[in-house]
Design a protein around this ligand. Structure first.
Ligand SMILES: Nc1nc2c(c(=O)[nH]1)N[C@H]1C(S)=C(S)[C@@H](COP(=O)(O)OP(=O)(O)OC[C@H]3O[C@@H](n4cnc5c(N)ncnc54)[C@H](O)[C@@H]3O)O[C@H]1N2
Ligand code: MOO
Length: 402
């Protein structure tokens, strides 16, 4: 009895779990500016500074001492002479009592002033006048962002386990943290096999596509090409054992005479190479070699990408901390009839229109990569159906993100 799609998916998820454990064994110091992919902080980060670093204005307006405006009303406004203006970037100065100093958003509030009056509440609403009037008594502290309001010196800035999102990186940079200790990245090696690829007769479309797919979920990827030579493949795997957490191979697993991936890996104790009831991407494989998890995809380009979507992407995205690791799923009515191999789950490429109708894009052939590129959805035709009529309901995953 052949392995079910679910069994293979679960076994691959276990391999990715092992890959994730390899990743977690490593921590490294990384420059904050180099944190392009989200990483997990491996330790608490404390702030060495108050943020904001000084009391500063929240509004463009006038800095005053609130007690100078005590008793101000529209009927009895208080007039104050205008002091020197304070732009953002100025040093913290000293406020002259009984004056109002023009102050810009973010500029340091001078010692002795405690309140900012927005320019629109000042009469006249201008900075280039010798005197201004105020017709309300503000509460002390109004529109002043106090030193240390966001985080105070010595306090926890970001706890261990935080993902380095743009906000986290911004926060670290604001606190002048230059590098942080983070958990290792999940390093995925992508190995394309085949003399036709190694010689350049065909371009390594699969390797480049998988590299992009792996990076898209936040793992790091390296791309390698080997000839149909078992020794070359084995020696590359030896090398990858210390530099990678997971290997994805493409090609070399079916029934031909030069199936290098299968030849090298199938004899290993934990290996499995067989077909799952799926079209395309029927032939599949997996192995564990010297502790290195390896997932093997068929070489046809559509088969490779469908394999990645079904068997690897959800678990890999979960390991990389993606909040919604599964593709958005739904269902809709077919725009036209189709036929499908009985007994196999068929995965077609499609688009869903504004009315929810599902249109197939291109044929079922696993070499039709440009139709895959034109599609926005994977469309699933159940194993128990060998034909469907227009109007029948099919399930889909939305694969387009742009
Ligand atoms: N006698 C049988 N032949 C085949 C069977 C079968 O069951 N019995 N299965 C077919 C199916 S289905 C598939 S899928 C392929 C899988 O074969 P492999 O995984 O061994 O892949 P290759 O033979 O190496 O290549 C298949 C195809 O893909 C092209 N390819 C390979 N690598 C790349 C790459 N990196 N970039 C772009 N294109 C690539 C390669 O040139 C071939 O055209 O086996 C069928 N045969
Ligand atoms: O399963 Mo193959 O992946 O049909 O082309």
């Amino acid at each position: 009895m052949s392995t079910s799609i679910e069994e293979h998916r679960d076994a691959v998820a276990h391999l990715i779990h092992l890959a994730d454990a390899r990743r977690r064994e490593r921590v490294e110091d990384v420059a904050v500016e180099a944190l392009t992919n989200p990483r997990r902080l491996a330790e608490d980060v404390l702030s060495a500074h108050d943020l904001p670093p000084f009391d500063n204005a929240q509004m463009d307006g006038y800095a005053v001492a609130a007690h100078d405006l005590a008793g101000a009303t529209p009927q009895r406004p208080v007039a104050l002479p205008v002091a020197s203006p304070i732009p953002a970037g100025a040093d913290t100065g000293v406020h002259s009592p009984g004056t109002a100093a023009p102050i810009m958003t973010g500029a340091p509030v001078p010692k002795g002033a405690d309140t900012v009056i927005p320019i629109e509440h000042v009469e006249p609403s201008r900075f280039d006048v010798p005197e201004v009037r105020f017709s309300t008594a503000p509460p002390p502290g109004q529109f002043v962002r106090p030193q240390g309001d966001d985080v105070s010196r010595g306090a926890l800035l970001l706890p261990r386990g935080t993902w380095t999102t743009p906000a986290a990186i911004g926060s670290l940079t604001a606190a002048r943290v230059r590098s942080v200790r983070v958990e290792g990245e999940l390093r995925v090696a992508i190995v394309s096999s085949g003399d036709e690829i190694a010689s350049g007769q065909l371009a390594d479309g699969n390797g480049v596509a998988l590299t992009a797919a792996v990076r898209e979920v936040g793992a790091s990827a390296s791309r390698h090409v080997v000839r149909d030579d078992p020794r070359e493949f084995a020696s590359l795997l030896d090398e990858l054992t210390s530099t990678s957490d997971l290997v994805l191979t493409t090609g070399g697993i079916s029934a031909g005479a030069y199936e290098v991936v299968r030849q090298v890996l199938e004899p290993l104790p934990a290996s499995w190479f067989d077909h799952v009831p799926l079209q395309p991407a029927g032939p599949q494989g997996r192995a564990l070699r010297n502790g290195l998890p390896i997932v093997c995809f068929p070489g046809n380009p559509v088969s490779t990408l469908v394999s990645f979507e079904l068997f690897v992407r959800p678990a890999l995205a979960r390991s990389c901390g993606v909040v919604n690791p599964d593709r958005p799923a739904g269902s809709g009515r077919l725009a036209a009839p189709l036929t499908s191999p009985a007994g196999k789950l068929q995965v077609r490429r499609g688009r869903v229109d504004d009315d929810g109708l599902v249109h197939l894009v291109g044929g079922a052939g696993s070499h039709l990569l440009s139709s895959y590129a034109a599609a926005t959805h994977l469309v699933f035709v159940p194993a128990d159906a060998d034909r469907l009529a227009a109007g029948d309901t099919v399930a889909w995953w939305r694969i387009a993100t742009h």
